[in-house]
Write a protein that binds this ligand. Structure first.
Ligand SMILES: [Zn+2]
Length: 133
């Protein structure tokens, strides 16, 4: 059995996604709920939806994968325990004959949330078999 760190590295290398971190709008009359890519955050700020842009320093901890509220671009994320469990439920019956890059990234985040979780390890091992050499 491979160790969790090696599996995560392998899946992340395969995913090869350079994801932007998430940003949100802050200050008076800002809705801090939605996450944006920097470009969309700037556009929303220009519309007067908030006073300044926050975020971008680290990947957000999320209950699901992270994407820009405006353009739906995938953003960098970590999963909370609840989020990992939810995404695991979504992927547990999935066949990884051809592992998609987004799925590789998500499986890596699921395992990254708990390196000692056996079912997450099994999911990651199964996903890693779908990596095209
Ligand atoms: Zn965007």
């Amino acid at each position: 059995m491979m160790d969790a760190f090696k599996l995560i590295l392998r899946l992340d290398r395969y995913a090869n996604l350079e994801l932007e971190r998430s940003y949100w709008l802050s200050g008076d009359n800002a809705d801090e709920g939605p996450s944006y890519c920097l470009e969309c955050a700037k556009k929303e700020l220009a519309k007067g939806l908030g006073e300044y842009i926050s975020g971008g320093e680290y990947a957000q901890e999320c209950d699901t994968y992270e994407q820009c509220y405006m353009c739906a671009k995938m953003l960098d994320y970590h999963l909370t325990d609840h989020g990992a469990e939810r995404e695991y439920d979504w992927l547990k019956y999935k066949r990884f004959k051809r592992l998609g890059r987004d799925n590789a990234y998500m499986v890596a985040r699921i395992l990254d949330s708990d390196h000692h979780n056996k079912k997450y390890m099994r999911l990651a091992e199964r996903a890693a078999k779908g990596i095209k050499r």
